[in-house]
Design a protein around this ligand. Sequence first.
Ligand code: NAD
Ligand code: GLY
Length: 362
Amino acid sequence: MSEIHVDFGDRSYVVIVESGALGSLGSRISTAMKPSGVIVVTNPVVGEWYGDLAEASIAGAGLKVSRITIPAGERFKTMRTLDRVLRQMVELGADRRGVVVALGGGVVGDVAGFAAAVYMRGVRVVQVPTTLLAMVDASVGGKTGVDLPSGKNLVGAFHQPSLVLADIDTLRTLPARELRAGFAEVVKHGIIFDQGLFDFSFTNAEALLRRDTVAIEHVVCRSVEIKREVVQKDEREAGLRAILNYGHTVGHAIESLTGYAQYRHGEAIAIGMVVEARLSEVIGVAEAGLARRTAEALRRFRLPTAVPAELSADAILAAMMADKKTVGGELRFALPDRIGHCRVVEKVDANSVSAAIHQCRK
Ligand code: NAD
Ligand code: GLY
């Protein structure tokens, strides 16, 4: 079992990474939070696998527990879903001392976290990530929100969880494609912050894809530690936290242009990382070879690395302009200068971006 402390003063919390952690959910909530009741927000798939286990643990600790189920998938990460969750919370009698448990992947975590952030001006949320992507990234750091038709995560709030409980055993039921998508964020953490994690992932890719518990626990813990290092220094993305967006400027554009249907979030980010590594080479921030090494690592996890032929560079550029990371119409990117180190580069010219996109086609 690993316990990683995230220090935000009186909003500090721990991230528990452990096989079988779900069994201790109720006792941990009861002891640390003394809530008036607990509402588990999940989706039909995760609810079917783990809903009863989570609820039994919570009820076993003597707490009142109810469940809200939202539809699965990014296309339901919307204001409409948020509205339904909030109305059900009222119907269930949730009060300000209640706790929301987000049981699922990043979509459930973002929606339930946002509901907790705004319900009665804020109630506590416990993140229980059940995808690799949510364990290594989405459950930690307090970003919550929903998409608008015009773009991803355009509405949201920073709302730190009161506890994160990552039960590695839940990854056993995760579809292989979802598991692979999660490794994109692990590779990202290696590239932006820690060559050791990059090398470990590269060398142990097959064990990781086989869901070897020891290897998985290592990359989850190291990723959480890296994210903690970054978000503790810059909770609200005034500067440093932007490095976590490496691959996301191009990746979000690809997700949006393909209607959130063709690629999993991690897959789009994988392509985005290769393009942005190439961009870093094109504008002279990184030496030649970064994009090749990035693509090699991602291919080890059977992730896509090429920009789809049907997406023009102009369309990708236009979608990037609509992204909330673009400020004042000027393109800015988190760009690695080498494996293990990344910085934000402002005012990147569109021609260089187009060139990088063209060089990353199939
Ligand atoms: P997801 O939440 O859509 O989950 C993927 C699929 O896996 C779903 O269909 C779900 O039903 C299924 N699933 C989840 N856990 C399972 C399990 N243990 N067994 C079987 N099936 C399971 O996708 P995701 O990749 O986890 O999250 C992507 C979302 O996270 C995006 O919306 C992205 O914007 C967001 N995100 C947020 C942050 C943040 O800091 N808040 C960071 C990264 C990504
Ligand atoms: N996933 C990016 C962030 O949390 O800032």
